[in-house]
Design a binder for this molecule. Structure first.
Ligand code: UT7
Length: 330
């Protein structure tokens, strides 16, 4: 998409997030898992994660994040005509968790559906919603990433169970037309998505309705995923920046998928980006899959780091493999 001149773009009108009540530190985990605060901190940068109680579900967290984003945008549920919710841990096999959010926020028309791209889910959902807004299918969208990965972790597998947490993040998107002479228009300037299904076995869940009939648990070859992540994320970030005629020097904030602090450092180095420009929340939230980008975005908006007019690059990679990035002027 052309990033200059008059055009209708999807702008972020508000952000919100929600976390379970219970925060679990590494030390607390080490009481039941064969691990240590030292190992987790050194290898991942994670210090704590939030774990959902039985009554806290992907749906309830998504509803919390959606309400916060609507309040920030000064809008009501009835103003929204599209919900795209990214999750790999829906409340039910069907209907889509997005329809639960729809009912809860008092939205009775429009469209609501889920998108499954695991940790890249929010980038996929954002791109789908952006396309639907710009083609006139909807006027205002809620884009949500929400997960309860704690429900699909194998708590006997220390290589995965220490890495993930639960949570939700949301943004409200609306269309805005920029003036012809606006050299720095707001909104989503470009998005880019990728998938390579040959790498299924690097990161997957060993269950599902059509295979085992069970929900299954997360299985990951961490080291290999790590290697793909650094290469793919640096490449896709370069791709989106190049498309809008910018370089890493133009970026105010990278809002990355929060999988591992070492991935964030390595990717920033590859792009010659100062680590001060990278929003890091993995220390407090761990990897919340599809929720991690909007959760990090909302955290940095609310603590004042991200300001209106800032140029953001959002990026993520996850199971599939899938990956993607977006350039957004907030
Ligand atoms: O969101 C989707 C994308 N996911 C990711 O991006 C995850 C990418 N991968 C990673 O973040 C890292 O590969 C991990 C954090 C998963 C693992 O770090 P690593 O440096 O690649 O460690 P490793 O898996 O090679 O394991 C090193 C050692 C092993 O011991 P030996 O075989 O060297 O004796 C593991 O058994 O660390 C051991 N280990 C642990 N020790 C204590 C693995 N997990 C733990 C643990 N506590 N929780």
């Amino acid at each position: 998409m052309n990033h200059q001149g008059p055009a209708e773009r999807s702008v972020i009108l508000g952000t919100g997030s929600a976390l379970p009540a219970r925060r679990v530190t590494n030390a607390e985990l080490a009481e039941t898992v064969d691990t240590s605060d030292e190992w987790i901190t050194e290898r991942t940068g994670i210090k704590a994660r939030y774990i959902a109680a039985p009554e806290e579900t992907t749906g309830t967290l998504a509803i919390g994040a959606a309400r916060a984003a609507l309040a920030a945008a000064d809008l009501k549920g009835a103003d929204i005509d599209l919900i795209v919710l990214a999750t790999a841990t829906p409340d039910h096999t069907f209907p889509a968790t997005a329809t639960k959010v729809q009912a809860a926020i008092g939205m009775t028309g429009g469209m609501a559906f889920d998108v499954a791209a695991v940790c890249s889910g929010f980038l996929y959902a954002l791109s789908v919603a952006d396309s639907m807004l710009r083609t006139g299918m909807a006027r205002k969208a809620l884009v949500i990433g929400a997960e309860t990965f704690s429900r699909i972790l194998d708590w006997e597998d220390r290589g995965t169970c220490v890495l993930f947490g639960d949570g939700a993040g949301a943004v409200v998107l609306g269309l805005e037309t920029s003036e012809a002479d606006d050299s720095a228009p707001r909104g989503i300037l470009t998005t880019e998505l990728h998938a390579d299904g040959r790498h299924h076995d690097l990161l997957y869940v060993d269950g599902g309705p059509s295979t085992t009939g069970t929900v299954g648990k997360v299985r990951m070859k961490g080291r290999e995923v790590f290697r793909h992540a650094v290469v793919n994320l640096a490449e896709v970030m370069e791709q989106v920046l190049h498309r809008v005629g910018m370089t890493s020097a133009d970026v105010d904030w990278v809002v990355p998928h929060q999988a591992n602090a070492r991935i964030l450092d390595a990717t920033a180095r590859k792009l010659n980006l100062s680590p001060e420009k990278v929003v890091v929340t993995v220390d407090q939230h761990a990897n919340t899959s599809a929720a991690s980008v909007p959760l990090a975005l909302d955290t940095a908006v609310r603590d004042g780091r991200i300001k209106r007019g800032d140029l953001l690059v959002l990026e993520a990679m996850g199971g599939g493999l899938t990956w993607g990035a977006a350039v957004v002027r907030y």
